[in-house]
Design a binder for this molecule. Structure first.
Ligand code: ADP
Length: 463
Protein backbone atom coordinates (compact mmCIF):
# COMPACT_ATOMS: atom_id res chain seq x y z
CA UNK A 1 0.00 0.00 0.00
CA UNK A 2 2.76 2.38 1.04
CA UNK A 3 4.94 1.39 -1.95
CA UNK A 4 1.98 1.96 -4.25
CA UNK A 5 1.43 5.43 -2.82
CA UNK A 6 5.16 6.12 -3.04
CA UNK A 7 5.30 5.11 -6.73
CA UNK A 8 2.11 6.98 -7.55
CA UNK A 9 3.34 10.20 -5.94
CA UNK A 10 6.73 9.79 -7.58
CA UNK A 11 5.11 9.28 -11.00
CA UNK A 12 2.81 12.28 -10.49
CA UNK A 13 5.75 14.48 -9.49
CA UNK A 14 7.82 13.29 -12.46
CA UNK A 15 4.89 13.79 -14.83
CA UNK A 16 4.20 17.34 -13.67
CA UNK A 17 7.84 18.24 -13.66
CA UNK A 18 8.38 16.90 -17.19
CA UNK A 19 5.13 18.54 -18.34
CA UNK A 20 6.02 21.95 -16.94
CA UNK A 21 9.58 21.72 -18.25
CA UNK A 22 8.26 20.60 -21.66
CA UNK A 23 5.90 23.57 -21.76
CA UNK A 24 8.63 26.01 -20.75
CA UNK A 25 11.00 24.56 -23.34
CA UNK A 26 8.33 24.65 -26.07
CA UNK A 27 7.69 28.31 -25.28
CA UNK A 28 11.42 29.02 -25.33
CA UNK A 29 11.79 27.11 -28.62
CA UNK A 30 8.90 29.05 -30.13
CA UNK A 31 10.37 32.35 -28.91
CA UNK A 32 13.81 31.48 -30.34
CA UNK A 33 12.18 30.51 -33.63
CA UNK A 34 10.29 33.81 -33.81
CA UNK A 35 13.37 35.85 -32.88
CA UNK A 36 15.42 34.11 -35.58
CA UNK A 37 12.72 34.71 -38.23
CA UNK A 38 12.46 38.36 -37.28
CA UNK A 39 16.24 38.85 -37.25
CA UNK A 40 16.58 37.26 -40.72
CA UNK A 41 13.66 39.19 -42.17
CA UNK A 42 14.93 42.47 -40.81
CA UNK A 43 18.39 41.95 -42.32
CA UNK A 44 16.96 40.75 -45.66
CA UNK A 45 14.53 43.63 -45.88
CA UNK A 46 17.19 46.14 -44.95
CA UNK A 47 19.36 44.98 -47.85
CA UNK A 48 16.36 44.95 -50.18
CA UNK A 49 15.39 48.45 -49.13
CA UNK A 50 18.88 49.76 -49.78
CA UNK A 51 19.13 48.08 -53.22
CA UNK A 52 15.67 49.25 -54.27
CA UNK A 53 16.29 52.79 -53.02
CA UNK A 54 19.59 53.09 -54.92
CA UNK A 55 18.12 51.72 -58.17
CA UNK A 56 15.08 53.95 -57.79
CA UNK A 57 17.16 57.10 -57.28
CA UNK A 58 19.56 56.37 -60.14
CA UNK A 59 16.81 55.55 -62.62
CA UNK A 60 14.20 58.12 -61.60
CA UNK A 61 16.56 61.05 -62.23
CA UNK A 62 16.68 60.18 -65.97
CA UNK A 63 13.02 59.39 -66.71
CA UNK A 64 11.37 61.60 -69.32
CA UNK A 65 8.20 59.90 -70.52
CA UNK A 66 5.83 57.58 -68.55
CA UNK A 67 6.35 53.91 -69.41
CA UNK A 68 9.42 54.51 -71.64
CA UNK A 69 12.83 53.02 -70.70
CA UNK A 70 15.93 55.18 -70.98
CA UNK A 71 19.53 54.15 -71.77
CA UNK A 72 20.37 54.29 -68.09
CA UNK A 73 18.30 51.10 -67.58
CA UNK A 74 20.79 49.18 -69.71
CA UNK A 75 23.71 50.86 -68.01
CA UNK A 76 22.59 50.05 -64.51
CA UNK A 77 21.05 46.67 -65.25
CA UNK A 78 23.09 45.16 -68.10
CA UNK A 79 20.84 42.12 -68.54
CA UNK A 80 17.58 44.04 -68.64
CA UNK A 81 15.00 42.58 -70.96
CA UNK A 82 12.14 44.54 -72.47
CA UNK A 83 8.78 42.80 -71.95
CA UNK A 84 7.77 43.73 -75.49
CA UNK A 85 10.65 41.58 -76.82
CA UNK A 86 9.28 38.46 -75.03
CA UNK A 87 11.51 37.69 -72.06
CA UNK A 88 11.79 34.09 -70.84
CA UNK A 89 9.78 33.33 -67.71
CA UNK A 90 12.83 32.00 -65.92
CA UNK A 91 16.20 33.37 -66.73
CA UNK A 92 19.24 33.09 -64.55
CA UNK A 93 22.07 35.41 -65.36
CA UNK A 94 25.40 34.32 -64.18
CA UNK A 95 27.63 37.01 -62.84
CA UNK A 96 30.45 36.54 -65.35
CA UNK A 97 28.03 37.06 -68.22
CA UNK A 98 27.51 40.58 -67.06
CA UNK A 99 29.34 43.68 -67.86
CA UNK A 100 30.45 45.58 -64.82
CA UNK A 101 27.96 48.17 -63.84
CA UNK A 102 29.27 51.60 -63.16
CA UNK A 103 26.85 51.98 -60.27
CA UNK A 104 28.13 48.87 -58.50
CA UNK A 105 24.62 47.59 -57.72
CA UNK A 106 24.89 44.62 -60.02
CA UNK A 107 27.32 42.87 -57.75
CA UNK A 108 24.70 42.74 -54.99
CA UNK A 109 21.83 42.04 -57.35
CA UNK A 110 23.36 39.06 -59.11
CA UNK A 111 25.67 37.78 -56.43
CA UNK A 112 23.54 34.88 -55.26
CA UNK A 113 20.94 35.07 -58.04
CA UNK A 114 18.40 36.05 -55.47
CA UNK A 115 17.05 39.34 -56.77
CA UNK A 116 14.56 40.10 -59.50
CA UNK A 117 13.72 43.58 -60.77
CA UNK A 118 10.52 44.42 -62.56
CA UNK A 119 9.38 47.67 -64.05
CA UNK A 120 5.62 48.09 -64.50
CA UNK A 121 3.70 51.03 -65.81
CA UNK A 122 1.05 52.85 -63.84
CA UNK A 123 -1.63 50.39 -64.98
CA UNK A 124 0.39 47.37 -63.74
CA UNK A 125 1.59 46.26 -67.21
CA UNK A 126 5.09 44.75 -67.26
CA UNK A 127 7.62 46.95 -69.09
CA UNK A 128 10.98 45.29 -68.40
CA UNK A 129 12.60 42.66 -66.19
CA UNK A 130 16.14 42.18 -64.92
CA UNK A 131 18.11 39.92 -62.58
CA UNK A 132 16.97 36.46 -61.69
CA UNK A 133 13.45 35.76 -62.93
CA UNK A 134 11.33 33.54 -60.72
CA UNK A 135 8.90 30.97 -62.05
CA UNK A 136 5.74 32.84 -62.86
CA UNK A 137 4.96 35.33 -60.19
CA UNK A 138 1.25 36.05 -59.70
CA UNK A 139 0.13 38.03 -62.75
CA UNK A 140 -1.42 40.87 -60.85
CA UNK A 141 1.29 42.17 -58.62
CA UNK A 142 0.04 44.99 -56.46
CA UNK A 143 1.98 48.11 -57.14
CA UNK A 144 0.65 50.43 -54.49
CA UNK A 145 1.73 48.24 -51.58
CA UNK A 146 5.36 48.95 -50.70
CA UNK A 147 6.13 45.67 -48.90
CA UNK A 148 4.72 42.34 -50.01
CA UNK A 149 5.59 38.71 -49.69
CA UNK A 150 4.82 36.95 -52.99
CA UNK A 151 4.97 33.32 -54.05
CA UNK A 152 5.92 31.93 -57.44
CA UNK A 153 4.27 28.92 -59.05
CA UNK A 154 6.57 26.58 -57.10
CA UNK A 155 5.63 28.19 -53.79
CA UNK A 156 9.03 29.84 -53.38
CA UNK A 157 8.58 32.97 -51.34
CA UNK A 158 9.96 36.40 -52.17
CA UNK A 159 10.03 39.59 -50.19
CA UNK A 160 9.19 42.38 -52.61
CA UNK A 161 9.47 46.15 -52.37
CA UNK A 162 7.61 48.43 -54.81
CA UNK A 163 8.40 52.11 -55.25
CA UNK A 164 6.73 54.57 -57.65
CA UNK A 165 8.92 56.20 -60.33
CA UNK A 166 8.27 59.72 -61.56
CA UNK A 167 9.41 61.49 -64.70
CA UNK A 168 11.42 64.68 -64.54
CA UNK A 169 8.18 66.69 -64.97
CA UNK A 170 6.69 64.81 -62.03
CA UNK A 171 4.34 62.50 -63.89
CA UNK A 172 3.89 58.92 -62.63
CA UNK A 173 6.21 56.83 -64.84
CA UNK A 174 5.32 53.49 -63.27
CA UNK A 175 6.82 51.30 -60.54
CA UNK A 176 10.04 49.55 -59.80
CA UNK A 177 9.58 46.25 -57.98
CA UNK A 178 12.58 44.52 -56.48
CA UNK A 179 12.10 41.09 -54.99
CA UNK A 180 14.46 38.98 -52.98
CA UNK A 181 14.19 35.24 -52.65
CA UNK A 182 13.36 33.94 -49.15
CA UNK A 183 14.48 30.43 -50.08
CA UNK A 184 17.59 30.51 -47.91
CA UNK A 185 15.55 31.78 -44.96
CA UNK A 186 12.85 29.15 -45.55
CA UNK A 187 15.47 26.39 -45.76
CA UNK A 188 17.07 27.48 -42.51
CA UNK A 189 13.69 27.76 -40.81
CA UNK A 190 12.70 24.30 -42.03
CA UNK A 191 15.94 22.94 -40.55
CA UNK A 192 15.28 24.79 -37.30
CA UNK A 193 11.71 23.45 -37.20
CA UNK A 194 13.04 19.93 -37.69
CA UNK A 195 15.59 20.36 -34.91
CA UNK A 196 12.89 21.71 -32.59
CA UNK A 197 10.36 19.07 -33.58
CA UNK A 198 12.82 16.22 -32.98
CA UNK A 199 14.78 17.85 -30.16
CA UNK A 200 11.82 18.81 -28.01
CA UNK A 201 10.31 15.32 -27.56
CA UNK A 202 13.78 13.86 -26.97
CA UNK A 203 14.53 16.55 -24.39
CA UNK A 204 11.14 16.07 -22.72
CA UNK A 205 11.87 12.32 -22.55
CA UNK A 206 15.25 13.01 -20.96
CA UNK A 207 13.65 15.51 -18.57
CA UNK A 208 10.98 12.91 -17.79
CA UNK A 209 13.66 10.32 -16.96
CA UNK A 210 15.68 12.69 -14.83
CA UNK A 211 12.58 14.00 -13.07
CA UNK A 212 11.61 10.39 -12.22
CA UNK A 213 15.05 10.00 -10.69
CA UNK A 214 14.86 13.39 -8.93
CA UNK A 215 11.35 12.66 -7.65
CA UNK A 216 12.72 9.41 -6.23
CA UNK A 217 15.47 11.34 -4.45
CA UNK A 218 12.99 13.93 -3.15
CA UNK A 219 10.64 11.20 -1.96
CA UNK A 220 13.33 9.32 -0.06
CA UNK A 221 13.18 11.42 3.15
CA UNK A 222 9.37 11.36 3.00
CA UNK A 223 9.44 7.60 2.59
CA UNK A 224 11.90 7.33 5.45
CA UNK A 225 9.86 9.51 7.77
CA UNK A 226 6.69 7.62 6.76
CA UNK A 227 8.39 4.35 7.70
CA UNK A 228 9.60 5.91 10.96
CA UNK A 229 6.06 7.02 11.72
CA UNK A 230 4.77 3.52 11.08
CA UNK A 231 7.53 2.07 13.24
CA UNK A 232 6.81 4.65 15.95
CA UNK A 233 3.08 3.85 15.96
CA UNK A 234 3.74 0.14 16.17
CA UNK A 235 6.39 0.56 18.92
CA UNK A 236 4.16 2.92 20.90
CA UNK A 237 1.20 0.53 20.66
CA UNK A 238 3.42 -2.31 21.73
CA UNK A 239 4.77 -0.37 24.73
CA UNK A 240 1.26 0.67 25.76
CA UNK A 241 -0.15 -2.81 25.29
CA UNK A 242 2.29 -4.45 27.71
CA UNK A 243 1.19 -2.65 30.93
CA UNK A 244 -2.42 -2.63 29.75
CA UNK A 245 -2.33 -6.40 29.23
CA UNK A 246 -0.74 -6.83 32.66
CA UNK A 247 -3.44 -4.74 34.32
CA UNK A 248 -6.12 -6.65 32.41
CA UNK A 249 -4.69 -10.04 33.39
CA UNK A 250 -4.44 -9.01 37.06
CA UNK A 251 -8.00 -7.72 37.12
CA UNK A 252 -9.34 -10.85 35.44
CA UNK A 253 -7.50 -13.10 37.90
CA UNK A 254 -8.93 -11.16 40.82
CA UNK A 255 -12.44 -11.32 39.39
CA UNK A 256 -12.14 -15.10 39.16
CA UNK A 257 -11.37 -15.36 42.85
CA UNK A 258 -14.27 -16.09 45.16
CA UNK A 259 -12.60 -14.77 48.24
CA UNK A 260 -9.86 -12.11 48.37
CA UNK A 261 -7.93 -11.48 51.58
CA UNK A 262 -7.26 -7.81 52.27
CA UNK A 263 -3.46 -8.07 52.11
CA UNK A 264 -3.62 -9.85 48.77
CA UNK A 265 -6.01 -7.19 47.48
CA UNK A 266 -3.58 -4.50 48.51
CA UNK A 267 -0.67 -6.26 46.77
CA UNK A 268 -2.72 -6.52 43.61
CA UNK A 269 -3.65 -2.84 43.76
CA UNK A 270 0.02 -1.94 44.25
CA UNK A 271 0.89 -3.99 41.17
CA UNK A 272 -1.88 -2.32 39.16
CA UNK A 273 -0.70 1.07 40.40
CA UNK A 274 2.85 0.26 39.25
CA UNK A 275 1.67 -0.72 35.77
CA UNK A 276 -0.53 2.32 35.68
CA UNK A 277 2.37 4.52 36.67
CA UNK A 278 4.41 3.08 33.82
CA UNK A 279 1.56 3.85 31.43
CA UNK A 280 1.22 7.41 32.70
CA UNK A 281 4.97 7.98 32.34
CA UNK A 282 5.01 6.54 28.87
CA UNK A 283 2.09 8.67 27.73
CA UNK A 284 3.67 11.76 29.32
CA UNK A 285 6.96 11.04 27.48
CA UNK A 286 5.14 10.57 24.19
CA UNK A 287 3.22 13.78 24.69
CA UNK A 288 6.37 15.73 25.56
CA UNK A 289 8.15 14.30 22.50
CA UNK A 290 5.32 15.19 20.17
CA UNK A 291 5.09 18.72 21.61
CA UNK A 292 8.83 19.19 21.28
CA UNK A 293 8.55 17.97 17.69
CA UNK A 294 5.77 20.37 16.86
CA UNK A 295 7.31 23.17 18.94
CA UNK A 296 3.94 23.67 20.61
CA UNK A 297 5.18 23.73 24.20
CA UNK A 298 4.15 27.02 25.76
CA UNK A 299 7.21 27.38 27.96
CA UNK A 300 8.83 30.52 29.16
CA UNK A 301 12.58 30.45 28.69
CA UNK A 302 14.59 31.79 31.56
CA UNK A 303 18.29 31.83 32.35
CA UNK A 304 19.04 28.52 34.09
CA UNK A 305 22.19 27.99 36.12
CA UNK A 306 23.68 24.65 35.11
CA UNK A 307 25.84 24.48 38.26
CA UNK A 308 22.70 24.53 40.41
CA UNK A 309 20.88 22.00 38.21
CA UNK A 310 23.80 19.57 38.32
CA UNK A 311 24.20 19.90 42.09
CA UNK A 312 20.48 19.21 42.60
CA UNK A 313 20.64 16.14 40.37
CA UNK A 314 23.74 14.74 42.04
CA UNK A 315 21.94 15.05 45.35
CA UNK A 316 18.83 13.44 43.95
CA UNK A 317 20.62 10.48 42.37
CA UNK A 318 23.24 9.85 45.05
CA UNK A 319 20.91 7.46 46.90
CA UNK A 320 20.25 5.47 43.72
CA UNK A 321 23.97 5.40 42.93
CA UNK A 322 24.99 4.18 46.36
CA UNK A 323 22.21 1.57 46.25
CA UNK A 324 23.91 0.30 43.08
CA UNK A 325 27.33 0.59 44.79
CA UNK A 326 28.50 3.27 42.36
CA UNK A 327 30.36 6.52 42.93
CA UNK A 328 28.46 9.48 41.56
CA UNK A 329 30.44 12.72 41.52
CA UNK A 330 30.46 16.04 39.73
CA UNK A 331 33.34 18.13 38.55
CA UNK A 332 32.95 21.79 37.62
CA UNK A 333 35.82 23.02 35.44
CA UNK A 334 34.96 26.70 35.34
CA UNK A 335 35.18 29.50 37.86
CA UNK A 336 31.94 31.29 37.03
CA UNK A 337 28.45 29.75 37.18
CA UNK A 338 27.26 28.86 33.65
CA UNK A 339 23.84 29.98 32.49
CA UNK A 340 21.82 28.83 29.52
CA UNK A 341 18.46 30.12 28.31
CA UNK A 342 15.86 27.41 28.57
CA UNK A 343 13.12 25.56 30.30
CA UNK A 344 14.37 24.35 33.68
CA UNK A 345 12.08 21.31 33.83
CA UNK A 346 13.17 20.16 30.41
CA UNK A 347 16.86 20.67 31.21
CA UNK A 348 16.41 18.69 34.43
CA UNK A 349 14.68 15.97 32.44
CA UNK A 350 17.53 15.90 29.91
CA UNK A 351 20.28 15.57 32.50
CA UNK A 352 18.38 13.18 34.75
CA UNK A 353 17.76 10.83 31.79
CA UNK A 354 21.49 10.77 31.05
CA UNK A 355 22.52 10.34 34.71
CA UNK A 356 19.89 7.64 35.29
CA UNK A 357 21.12 5.77 32.20
CA UNK A 358 24.74 6.06 33.33
CA UNK A 359 23.80 4.57 36.72
CA UNK A 360 21.61 1.94 35.11
CA UNK A 361 24.22 0.72 32.63
CA UNK A 362 27.22 0.77 34.99
CA UNK A 363 27.95 -2.36 36.98
CA UNK A 364 28.63 -2.38 40.71
CA UNK A 365 31.83 -0.64 41.78
CA UNK A 366 31.87 1.70 38.78
CA UNK A 367 32.01 5.48 38.52
CA UNK A 368 29.63 8.05 37.12
CA UNK A 369 30.99 11.58 36.78
CA UNK A 370 29.17 14.69 35.64
CA UNK A 371 31.57 17.32 34.26
CA UNK A 372 30.58 20.91 33.58
CA UNK A 373 32.84 23.18 31.56
CA UNK A 374 32.84 26.02 29.11
CA UNK A 375 34.01 25.80 25.51
CA UNK A 376 33.71 28.40 22.71
CA UNK A 377 30.63 30.15 24.03
CA UNK A 378 28.93 26.85 24.90
CA UNK A 379 28.31 25.12 28.16
CA UNK A 380 29.51 21.53 27.89
CA UNK A 381 28.12 18.86 30.18
CA UNK A 382 29.74 15.44 30.04
CA UNK A 383 28.13 12.45 31.73
CA UNK A 384 30.84 9.89 31.95
CA UNK A 385 30.48 6.31 33.19
CA UNK A 386 32.62 3.22 33.44
CA UNK A 387 29.72 1.03 32.39
CA UNK A 388 29.01 -1.58 29.74
CA UNK A 389 29.54 0.80 26.81
CA UNK A 390 27.76 0.87 23.45
CA UNK A 391 28.98 -0.83 20.27
CA UNK A 392 29.98 1.62 17.48
CA UNK A 393 27.23 0.40 15.14
CA UNK A 394 24.58 1.10 17.82
CA UNK A 395 25.82 4.56 18.74
CA UNK A 396 23.84 6.49 16.17
CA UNK A 397 20.69 4.43 16.73
CA UNK A 398 20.35 4.85 20.46
CA UNK A 399 18.75 8.29 19.95
CA UNK A 400 15.93 6.75 17.86
CA UNK A 401 12.57 6.47 19.52
CA UNK A 402 12.00 3.15 21.31
CA UNK A 403 15.45 1.93 20.33
CA UNK A 404 17.13 -0.27 22.88
CA UNK A 405 20.48 -1.93 22.43
CA UNK A 406 19.28 -5.20 23.92
CA UNK A 407 15.58 -4.79 24.26
CA UNK A 408 15.17 -7.72 26.64
CA UNK A 409 17.91 -6.53 28.96
CA UNK A 410 16.62 -3.00 28.96
CA UNK A 411 13.04 -4.08 29.44
CA UNK A 412 14.00 -5.88 32.63
CA UNK A 413 15.14 -2.50 33.93
CA UNK A 414 11.89 -0.86 32.85
CA UNK A 415 13.36 1.32 30.06
CA UNK A 416 11.06 2.12 27.17
CA UNK A 417 13.77 3.37 24.81
CA UNK A 418 12.43 6.92 24.85
CA UNK A 419 14.96 8.43 27.29
CA UNK A 420 17.66 9.38 24.78
CA UNK A 421 15.12 10.39 22.12
CA UNK A 422 13.65 12.81 24.64
CA UNK A 423 17.13 14.02 25.62
CA UNK A 424 17.94 14.72 21.98
CA UNK A 425 14.62 16.51 21.37
CA UNK A 426 15.19 18.72 24.43
CA UNK A 427 18.75 19.54 23.39
CA UNK A 428 17.56 20.44 19.88
CA UNK A 429 14.79 22.62 21.28
CA UNK A 430 17.51 24.45 23.21
CA UNK A 431 19.62 24.86 20.05
CA UNK A 432 22.32 22.59 21.38
CA UNK A 433 23.79 19.23 20.44
CA UNK A 434 24.29 15.84 22.00
CA UNK A 435 26.78 13.16 21.09
CA UNK A 436 28.10 9.94 22.52
CA UNK A 437 31.58 8.50 22.79
CA UNK A 438 31.68 4.95 23.95
CA UNK A 439 33.73 1.80 24.02
CA UNK A 440 32.18 -1.58 24.67
CA UNK A 441 33.03 -2.83 28.14
CA UNK A 442 34.85 0.38 29.07
CA UNK A 443 32.15 2.97 29.46
CA UNK A 444 30.36 5.83 27.74
CA UNK A 445 30.44 9.61 27.75
CA UNK A 446 27.41 11.61 26.68
CA UNK A 447 28.42 15.15 25.72
CA UNK A 448 25.77 17.87 25.73
CA UNK A 449 26.51 21.33 24.34
CA UNK A 450 24.18 24.23 25.04
CA UNK A 451 24.68 27.85 23.99
CA UNK A 452 25.60 30.00 26.96
CA UNK A 453 23.77 33.14 27.85
CA UNK A 454 25.15 36.13 29.78
CA UNK A 455 25.12 35.77 33.55
CA UNK A 456 21.77 37.22 34.60
CA UNK A 457 21.44 40.08 37.06
CA UNK A 458 20.38 39.25 40.63
CA UNK A 459 16.68 39.87 40.00
CA UNK A 460 16.38 36.69 37.90
CA UNK A 461 14.93 33.60 39.56
CA UNK A 462 17.29 31.22 41.36
CA UNK A 463 18.15 28.83 38.53
P1 ADP B 1 16.11 3.11 27.89
O1 ADP B 1 14.83 3.56 28.46
O2 ADP B 1 16.07 1.72 27.35
O3 ADP B 1 17.28 3.35 28.78
P2 ADP B 1 17.21 5.18 26.31
O4 ADP B 1 16.68 5.88 25.13
O5 ADP B 1 17.53 5.99 27.48
O6 ADP B 1 16.27 3.99 26.60
O7 ADP B 1 18.54 4.44 25.83
C1 ADP B 1 18.57 3.69 24.65
C2 ADP B 1 19.57 2.58 24.74
O8 ADP B 1 20.88 3.15 24.79
C3 ADP B 1 19.45 1.79 26.00
O9 ADP B 1 18.61 0.66 25.76
C4 ADP B 1 20.86 1.35 26.29
O10 ADP B 1 21.10 0.10 25.70
C5 ADP B 1 21.71 2.37 25.63
N1 ADP B 1 22.33 3.27 26.61
C6 ADP B 1 21.89 4.51 26.98
N2 ADP B 1 22.74 5.07 27.87
C7 ADP B 1 23.74 4.18 28.06
C8 ADP B 1 24.92 4.17 28.85
N3 ADP B 1 25.26 5.19 29.63
N4 ADP B 1 25.70 3.07 28.77
C9 ADP B 1 25.41 2.05 27.98
N5 ADP B 1 24.30 1.99 27.20
C10 ADP B 1 23.48 3.04 27.23
Amino acid sequence: MQMKLFHKTRATLAFWYAGVMGLIMSLCGFAVYEVIIQAYLVSINRELESVTGTLHNVIEATLKKPGRTEPVFQLVLPNICQASSGCPTQKIFSHNQLAHSEHGIVDVLYKDKQYYIRFVDSSGRLIAVAGFQPNELPPLVQTTQVWQTVKDSQSNRYSQMSLPLHTQDNQLWGYIQVGRSLKELDNRLAALKLVLALGLPITVLLVGGSSWWLAGLAMRPIDKSYKQMQQFTSDASHELRTPLAAINATVETVLDLEHLPEQEARDILVSIKRQNHRLVELVADLLLLSRLDQRTLATQWLPCCLNVLINDLIEEYSALASAASLQLTSSVLCHQPLYVMGDEDQLLRLLSNLIANAIQYTPTGGYVTVILKRSNGDAVIEIEDTGIGIAPNEQNQIFDRFYRVHSDRSRSTGGSGLGLALAQAIVQAHKGSIQVQSQLGKGSTFIVRLPLTDTPSSDFPRS
